[in-house]
Ligand binder design. Structure first.
Ligand code: NDP
Ligand code: HSE
Length: 436
């Protein structure tokens, strides 16, 4: 259902590698029917190898079909079709993180009641098998945190802006042309897509229900080249990170631009590549890297799910890997014991850029207010006024790096600093993650 960027990649890779896939799966996986609104374009992809229809419900009604692959996207018709496919007793493969992050609880419950599988490896980090790693490879561990570059479009934009000095809009258009961006690209640039993925990883890592509504979401649209440059001078790169972390009080679940030390491997992940770092008690830190978007990289994950289903079809549902890694009856209680924390309770360090009057005593006043809020300073950088505002300028930028502090305390301190008459513009605050 839906044969656009990912759907056509899935068709082509399955055709190309059918023999090896058959040897791995133990049986063939054949695409017999394809539904798309644009039937002419769909026919140009599949030729006479599959029947093309305009109405996806014809697929659901077909008793010969065992597995339905949903590659339409969004929460609208895709949700109805997925639930109808489950009700018809068909297994479902989807790349639709938006759908699962928002309606996952309902969809997984319906699938469990019907005894069918809903597989979604492609929904997080495209071609990287991160769902498999979190759900199966790391199953011995108590996972402590997961942090990742999980949106190819925004990483592509940040890389191209930094390396080639290109404009935001120009790079976004290129990401759309290459098939990386969502149908609504504001989902990419405002951090929503990354938050959908972080929500799914949070559920799998900690055994809690999917709770997209509790995620903190901030995108890259307010980032300036000035901050990217200052961060570089301080030995950091700015990346849009999706982070979920277990703390004594609950679970942090947040997406926002972050300064990351330039020496970390993840800081050097460029273009549409994705990377996810997982820190767990037994194994320590592991890193997963690869193409996070695009036709065939995403198809790779879709087909991996198809192979899993081909192998497990007909098995006792109780013997399958649980959809969210933990047995479903344990999720709700864990959600109460491990609540997703409001952003004010998150503890992290910060980069602050404060435009000030270049006068004696300004720095002391600001550091005094930070100290009063219990916020410890890691480093201070003051730019030359001429460099900031041109020759003869009476303004300058103060850049302050802090140690870890509670976001609520930082909000309070920043409100006080902002109200100083010597602070001349809205303060820029970017969170900083050492990831060590
Ligand atoms: P595309 O827009 O390229 O493809 C979606 C296809 O679905 C289009 O051909 C569209 O037709 C068709 N369609 C829309 N409505 C219907 C309908 N009611 N019945 C049948 N077909 C329909 O999207 P992508 O392939 O990029 O994305 C598909 C899914 O994969 C999304 O959930 C996305 O988030 C996810 N994903 C995408 C990745 C990527 O790199 N692109 C990576 C990982 C996940 P028309 O164009 O005529 O509207
Ligand atoms: N729009 C998404 C991205 C596609 O840019 O990462 C992959 O999920």
């Amino acid at each position: 259902m839906g044969i656009g960027t990912v759907g056509s990649g899935t068709f082509n890779v399955l055709e190309r590698n059918q023999d090896e896939i058959r040897r791995r799966a133990g049986r063939g996986i054949e695409i017999t029917m394809v539904a798309d609104l644009d039937t002419a374009r769909a026919k140009s992809v599949v030729g006479d190898k599959a029947q093309v229809v305009g109405d996806a419900r014809e697929i659901i009604a077909n008793p010969e079909i065992d597995v339905v692959v949903e590659l339409i996207g969004g929460y609208g018709i895709a949700k109805a079709l997925v639930l109808e496919a489950i009700a018809a007793g068909k297994h479902v493969v989807t790349a639709n993180k938006a759908l699962l992050a928002v309606h996952g609880t309902e969809i997984f419950k319906a699938a469990a009641e019907k005894g069918v599988m809903v597989a979604y490896e492609a929904a997080v980090a495209g071609g990287i098998p991160i769902i498999k790693a979190l759900r199966e490879g790391l199953t011995a561990n108590s996972i402590q945190w997961v942090a990742g570059i999980i949106n190819g479009t925004t990483n592509f934009i940040l890389s191209e802006m930094r390396d080639k000095g290109l404009d935001f809009e120009v790079v976004l258009k290129e990401a759309q042309r290459l098939g990386y961006a969502e149908a609504d690209p504001t989902f990419d640039i405002e951090g929503v897509d990354a938050a959908h993925k972080a929500t799914l990883m949070s559920a799998i890592a900690f055994g809690i229900p999917v709770q997209f509504d509790k995620a903190y979401v901030e995108g890259i649209t307010k980032l300036t080249s000035t901050d990217i440059r200052y961060a570089e001078q301080l030995g950091y790169r700015i990346k849009l990170l999706g982070i979920t972390k277990r703390t004594d009080k609950g679970i942090e679940l947040r997406v926002h631009p972050s300064l990351v030390p330039a020496k970390r491997l993840i800081a050097n992940v460029e273009g549409a590549m994705n990377a996810v770092v997982v820190h767990a008690d037994a194994v320590g830190t592991t890193l997963y890297y690869g193409k996070g978007a695009g036709s065939e990289p995403t198809a790779s994950a879709v087909i991996a799910d198809l192979v899993d289903i081909a192998r497990m079809d007909g098995s006792d549902p109780a013997h399958r890997v649980p959809a969210l890694a933990f047995q479903s009856h344990t999720l709700a209680a864990a959600g109460h014991e491990l609540p997703v924390l409001p952003m004010t309770e998150v503890v992290t360090s910060y980069y602050l850029r404060i435009r000030v009057a270049d006068e004696a005593g300004v720095l002391a006043k600001i550091t005094g207010l930070l100290a009063g809020a219990g916020i410890s300073i890691d480093a201070v950088l003051q730019r030359e006024a001429d460099e900031v505002g041109g020759e003869g300028s009476t303004q300058t930028d103060l850049i302050i790096l802090t140690h870890d502090t509670r976001e609520g305390d930082m909000n309070q301190a920043l409100a006080e600093i902002q109200s100083l008459p010597t602070v001349l513009a809205p303060i820029t605050r970017i969170r900083k993650e050492e990831l060590n």
